[in-house]
Design a protein around this ligand. Structure first.
Ligand code: 13P
Length: 254
């Protein structure tokens, strides 16, 4: 039985790329991933490059995500960008609750919860990030932390909505460190995430929900990661900034 959802390879560009760099990167990706059929490819540029990237990917299968959003549709929130604005510029997805937002910008499970609802109202697919710190892993708190982030962040989410979500498991200790979780470590957490999603929604919804792994994903570790039962894709930081490495990751072989 092959019930795995369509894999998603997503690039989180973080605070990188001028307009000309963004255009060159996405031009290269367009050519590199053209014709890839059994998987989806997504890029998440900074807000300033969204329009340029949207124009450049027009007519290709590459999907576009914002890296964050505010939960209100508009208003006096200096510096913030709303879900309808992201839709307007051509986004289909939005990253929510990235550990860098949690660490440096005061993101909490409660704001994550509000942002998920706002994204869904606007028709954006939320990519909800969860993950433990090194200290939490060393204290054996990984599963507790993940469960709390999911139960609080996804409060009020039900069956169909859960099926449409994307969850990204990103152990904080593996982000930008070159220290990738072993496929077994990642699989163990992914299986737990799917079990919790099943408890929140239904088994079928949990099976349909894509769970991405993120944290030092590179061309030389993607294949083994993608062979794990509950890994449905990757959220790639550093290696998504170069055409060659991101294309190779998108062309993972299982
Ligand atoms: P790196 O791939 O650079 O470790 O970043 C992972 C990440 O944070 C993606 O959102």
């Amino acid at each position: 039985m092959d019930s795995k959802p369509t894999p998603l390879i997503a690039g989180n560009w973080k605070m990188h790329c001028s307009l000309s760099e963004a255009k060159a990167l996405v031009d290269g990706l367009k050519a590199g991933v053209a014709g890839l059929k059994d998987r989806q490819v997504l890029v998440g540029p900074p807000f300033t490059a969204l329009e340029t990237v949207a124009r450049t990917i027009a007519g290709s299968a590459i999907l576009l995500a914002g890296q964050d959003l505010h939960w209100e549709p508009k208003g006096a929130f200096t510096g913030a960008v709303s879900a309808p604005m992201l839709r307007d510029v051509g986004c289909t997805h939005v990253i929510i609750g990235h550990s860098e937002r949690r660490q440096f910008f005061g993101e909490t499970d409660e704001t994550v919860n509000k942002k998920i609802a706002a994204a869904q109202t606007a028709g954006l697919v939320p990519i909800v990030c969860v993950g433990e710190t090194l200290e939490q892993r060393e204290k054996n708190q990984t599963m507790t932390v993940i469960e709390q982030q999911l139960r609080r962040g996804l409060l009020g989410q039900k069956g169909d909505a859960i099926a449409a979500l994307v969850i990204a498991y990103e152990p904080v200790w593996a982000i930008g460190t070159g220290k990738v979780a072993t496929p077994e470590q990642a699989q163990e957490v992914h299986a737990t995430i799917r079990r919790i999603l099943g408890e929140l929604g239904a088994k079928e919804a949990a099976a349909a929900c894509r769970i991405l792994y993120g944290g030092s994903v590179k061309p030389d570790n993607i294949d083994e990661l993608m062979r794990q039962t509950d890994i449905d894709g990757a959220l790639v930081g550093g290696a998504s900034l170069q055409v060659e490495s991101f294309v190779r990751i998108a062309k993972f072989i299982v």
